[in-house]
Design a protein around this ligand. Structure first.
Ligand code: ARG
Length: 459
């Protein structure tokens, strides 16, 4: 296939080089953006008197015909035409003749690819936002569904203090809510219109960038043509957003994997969301959570790769920048698929309140409450901590828990203990007493659920 840029070349491109430099195998997914961008460009060229209205009409009809062909599967993308931009332009000229050759007036592939990618990211941010919203809803529903379930809360993966299961889930809700906000920031960064930068320095034609921006619904225009063709911040921001989101999903996955183990048995995943073993008949594996945890590494890798690609580049466009797309596209696909399966998995998960309660019966997660009890009777906290520490050591020796101790035993550790101690360190009291703002008491968690619901209603 003859090249759109063939004029100065005496030789054909080496086939291997064509294959190496081509991006059509992955950038063809931006065909809608490329066509919409070209239509806006053609309209602007005509209204600024740079091309005739007849040529613009031919170009627009031709591009719409190409769009229909691509969507009907009647378009063959050629590696020798390098990328989506030249595949479409070449076909346009085949369809409409000389007028097709006027489309690229006052434009370069450098500002064209930037325009397409901005539009693509903007569109995908919208789709990811819907899926993230649905995940937030699934997390909030899970939190609301089990208002009374108490579980051990952990630090260092050691039982720490009793908490409401809803409280634990709500922590994830707010992480995902911050991700949602960050995604809004990515949209802002993608919503800047680069076309009109030309190859790097602007153009000699009297173009109207504002018109193109209006036509394509862009909120802003790049102020500097060099920046317009070199900026990949919006891609980096998407990758950073995705990395943080995947990190959150990966943390939740780790807990889901632990909780669904026989050792914990805190939750039961739906059969439909697990897989079996080809050798061990008893196995039911939490593959979804494990794969999301695994795919997190791959998304981090794409962020690191893009940062590295960009770090040494002189202005303006360099071919290195073509490396921006595969990682971006793979991240978009990975995040969308992960969010979709994750929300479904959460909705199918059952909480085993009995196992959580059983865990609390055998631990010392009420020890802080016992110390607080002594503090409320006048003992300085440090001394109370020491007293309870001794009680715990005693219990460990005797194979008892704190609630197994008799009042006589309690009193040996401190005369401040009275008959109300057992009530003061019951699991329900421990949870209800943590009524500080944002704490785990049913009152606080109820209010937090209301806050979360109103956050969702505003979106
Ligand atoms: N396929 C290229 C990319 O993805 C388009 C821009 C190429 N421009 C150039 N002068 N080689 O970045």
């Amino acid at each position: 296939m003859s090249k759109l840029w063939g004029g100065r070349f005496a030789k054909n491109t080496d086939v291997m080089v064509e294959e190496f430099t081509s991006s059509i195998s992955f950038d063809s997914r931006m065909y809608r953006q490329d066509i919409a961008g070209s239509i806006a460009h053609a309209k602007m060229l005509a209204s600024c008197g740079i091309i005739s209205q007849e040529d613009a009409t031919l170009i627009i009809d031709g591009l719409q015909g190409i769009l229909a062909d691509i969507e009907a599967g009647n378009f063959s993308f050629e590696v020798s035409l390098e990328d989506i931009h030249m595949n479409i332009e070449k076909r346009l000229t085949e369809r409409i003749g000389a007028a097709g050759g006027r489309l690229h007036t006052a434009r370069s592939r450098n500002d064209q690819v930037a325009l397409d990618t901005h539009m693509y990211v903007r569109e995908q941010v919208g789709e990811v936002a819907k899926l993230l919203f649905d995940l937030e809803q699934a997390v909030l529903d899970t939190a609301s569904k089990y208002p009374d379930v108490i579980m051990p809360g952990y630090t260092h993966l050691q039982r720490a203090q009793p908490i409401l299961f809803s409280h634990h889930m709500l922590a994830y809700f707010f992480m995902f809510e911050r991700d949602f906000r960050r995604l809004g920031g990515v949209w802002e960064s993608a919503d800047i219109m680069p076309l009109g930068a030309g190859a790097l320095a602007g153009t000699t034609f009297p173009i109207d960038r504002e018109q193109v921006a209006r036509e394509l619904n862009f909120g802003r225009i790049y102020e500097n043509s060099l920046d317009a063709v070199s900026d990949r911040d919006y891609i980096l921001e998407f990758l950073a957003f995705a990395s943080i989101l995947m990190m959150h999903l990966s943390r939740l996955s780790e807990e889901i994997i632990l909780w669904s183990s026989t050792e914990f048995s805190f939750i039961e995943l739906d059969d439909a969301h697990c897989t079996g073993s080809s050798i061990m008949p008893q196995k039911k594996n939490p593959d979804v959570a494990e794969l999301v945890r695994g795919k997190t590494g791959r998304v981090f890798g794409h962020l690191m790769a893009m940062l590295t690609v960009a770090k040494g580049l002189p202005l303006a466009y360099n071919k290195d920048l073509q490396e921006d797309k595969e990682g971006l596209f793979d991240t978009i696909d990975t995040v969308k698929f992960s969010l979709t399966v994750y929300a479904a998995m959460l909705r199918g998960t059952k909480v085993n309140a009995g196992a959580m309660r059983q865990a609390l019966k055998t631990d010392f997660s009420n020890a802080t409450d016992m110390a607080d009890y002594l503090v409320k009777k006048g003992l300085p906290f440090r001394q109370a901590h020491e007293v309870v520490g001794k009680c715990v050591a005693y219990c460990l020796n005797e194979h008892k828990t704190l609630t197994d101790l008799t009042l006589t035993e309690f009193k040996e550790f401190s005369p401040l203990f009275a008959a109300d101690i057992l009530e003061a360190i019951s699991v329900e009291t421990c949870v209800a007493a943590r009524n500080s703002l944002g704490g785990t008491s049913p009152t606080q968690v109820g209010q937090t659920i209301d806050i979360a619901k109103s956050v969702m209603e505003k979106q």
